[in-house]
Design a protein around this ligand. Structure first.
Ligand SMILES: [Zn+2]
Length: 108
């Protein structure tokens, strides 16, 4: 199956590392392992967001979570040109995803 044949051509055309391209693609397919997805797959942990008290769907984690909103507002000021926007979006989502993984899998 050729994943590059999908509708998200802009992801593959952008100048970002391949692993981040794959991650972004999964994000837009709603195929990443958020707590919501994992709990539906009988994961034992709770499905509450790592940063607030809402249910952690991918939509929530990257866009509607208060923490995500603050981060978007911060970078939104700098990212007014479209080419920077794609890169910034990728970098932001990737950073939040790593942060999420830390909070989810390296519980203290
Ligand atoms: Zn949240």
């Amino acid at each position: 199956k050729n994943v590059r044949g999908c509708d998200y051509k802009w992801i593959w055309e952008s100048k970002i590392p391949l692993k981040i391209q794959i991650f972004l693609w999964q994000l837009f397919q709603d195929a990443i392992l958020t707590r919501d997805v994992m709990s539906r797959r009988k994961w034992a942990g709770n499905s509450t967001c790592s940063f607030c008290s809402e249910r952690e769907t991918s939509q929530h984690l990257f866009f509607t979570c208060p923490v995500a909103r603050i981060m978007w507002r911060t970078v939104g000021c700098v990212l007014d040109e479209e080419k920077f926007y794609t890169f910034g979006l990728a970098a932001m989502c990737w950073a939040m995803w790593n942060c999420h993984n830390k909070a989810t899998f390296e519980s203290k």
